[in-house]
Design a protein around this ligand. Sequence first.
Ligand SMILES: CC(=O)SCCNC(=O)CCNC(=O)[C@H](O)C(C)(C)COP(=O)(O)OP(=O)(O)OC[C@H]1O[C@@H](n2cnc3c(N)ncnc32)[C@H](O)[C@@H]1OP(=O)(O)O
Length: 206
Amino acid sequence: MGEETLYDPSLLLELDFHKSPAKFEPFISAAHPGEPWMKVRPLQDGDYEKGFIQLLGQLTATGTVTKTQFLTRFSQMKALGDYYVTVIEDTRSKTIIGAASLVIERKFIRGCGLRGRLEDVVVNNTYRGKQLGKLIVVTVTLLANHLGCYKMSLDCKDKLIPFYTSLGYLLEPGNSNSMTIRYDGGSKLVSNLTAATNTLSLEGPS
Ligand SMILES: CC(=O)SCCNC(=O)CCNC(=O)[C@H](O)C(C)(C)COP(=O)(O)OP(=O)(O)OC[C@H]1O[C@@H](n2cnc3c(N)ncnc32)[C@H](O)[C@@H]1OP(=O)(O)O
């Protein structure tokens, strides 16, 4: 056990990083991440032991996630087939140091098109500033295109707009608000137009 992958890893070798507007200096890609000890790959069922949940804890509150819960969620995602949770492993320490998820939404519009959503981007704080954020985001962004999505969008804080803009995402005029209703804050339902959160898209409307 420990080597089951969430999706076919060979998909990552088919991505053309020259298609991205991201500037990599030096040039790196999912297939060649620049260090022999670095591996970009799909999430695996053994990644609970490799600190995947702890890494997500650098993004937001994870709550307590047991190994059983992790494996159950992994199996559900794999069965559904629309979850492309992608990670970077430091193979020296067997630790997950970066992650990003592509979630594919199946639509009726656009001729039963596919829309991609970029979720849960995080790089371990001791590895930041070394292009790994760009690497993991570009990986799942190219993957969405490769899988036939007509667009990919994300929600982020204001300070990350330059980061995502440099990777090809745009604030679309008149269409860049993110609204939220939270169900985890008590009995009252509170609807927020989150001014501090922005929606960026990689392609055209709807
Ligand atoms: C859709 C979502 O999930 S949004 C949530 C994003 N995640 C988080 O906020 C979690 C905490 N932050 C992180 O994990 C990291 O800071 C990340 C993922 C945002 C960036 O990872 P890094 O590995 O540091 O990014 P990388 O080295 O590729 O930097 C790329 C560029 O973005 C810039 N950048 C990186 N982080 C930030 C930031 N927090 N604010 C502003 N600019 C940033 C860098 O300066 C760099 O610019 P350059 O190319 O001109 O030098």
